[in-house]
Design a protein around this ligand. Sequence first.
Ligand code: ADP
Ligand code: MG
Length: 399
Amino acid sequence: MSALDDARTLFTRLTGRDPEGVWSAPGRVNLIGEHTDYNEGFVLPFAIPHRTFAAAGARDDHRIRVTSTFATEPVEVALAELDALFPTHRQAQDPSGSEPAVPEWSAYVLGVAWALQLAAPDAARRGVDIAIASDVPVGAGLSSSAAIEGAVASALNDLWSLGLDPVTLAQVGRRAENEAVGAPTGIMDQMASMLGRADAATFIDCRSLDTESVPTGFTAEGLEVLVIDTRVSHSHSTGGYRERRDACERGAALLGIPSLRDASEADLPRAAELMDDVTFRRVRHVITENQRVLDTVRVLGADGPRAIGDLLVASHASMRDDFEISVPELDLAVQTALEQGAVGARMTGGGFGGAAIALVERDGVDRIADAVTRAFADAGFGAPHVFTVHPSDGPRRDA
Ligand code: ADP
Ligand code: MG
């Protein structure tokens, strides 16, 4: 059964009636531009075919009830209680993170409902039931979180007749994740999901939030993107991610600029004198990665997708050596794909596990996937999950 059917079935089991509709939003892969988003820099993600579905329908009261194929039991609260559940800037008030008042998965859904109330405070709202199912792998760096936020935001935007535009809905999703869930992530994932277009990546300037749809030419050129999910788990909420953010803030402060977005490669010699070696290498990753994103957009337009391989490889090296967020499984995935003739390859997502991507010729997909799987077995690593994706459309109403 498809995830769409799963969501519908789950809704009916929960409520005893059919949903009013089913809405979905995609996960995403980041082609290039890692840990640049919260430095107000550049990213180039694309939405993938894997989607999260929200089957939803209004209620006669003012309560919201949510369930998911993940959940052991549904979670129900009054809409009026959401404000008390998610005091603004919970993360800032209590960085140690208090016990969440609701199960974490439900905070993604209820957090979107809460953030929509803040984005459109005057709209009249009815209660709602929501059932979630997904085929986006969780914690693989494919942003199942943005997919669930996007699906729920799209459903409520329609059911509550809010008329909010996709960029506003992306901001709602981010707010839910930052302040309701307490995960300090940037805006990239939500924008990539909300603005996805077939055969195109989304260039995002994370300061201005200006976006540009960038044709990739992957499909026309007979290229596929192989995702190699190492199944090594990561968590954005824990140490490594926070540490990298702190290092970037420290680096910007030492350079006397608001964020690393304001530095360029010309600033690197000065940065090397001002900071300790670790901070300098974190800063160097962000500065060079921003440049690689701009170069990738330019090269895609000028020379086509086969010409971006070196940029992908340089991005991986920078994350491995300077930002130090790779793991041996990711390095092996990238190295094996390149040895087998991939155009380019790099780890993608926040790091410390998750997935690598490889840009490969269509007729090389099986060979490269097999070689990676064999290499993992030889190294004594757990079997990776390997599959292909291509740039795909953003949210839609499916039923
Ligand atoms: P990812 O890289 O997949 O976005 P995150 O840690 O950011 O990883 O988000 C994953 C979390 O999002 C899950 O642990 C869960 O709480 C929530 N989530 C994602 N998909 C679903 C779903 N289908 N149902 C319920 N919760 C989900
Ligand atoms: Mg996420």
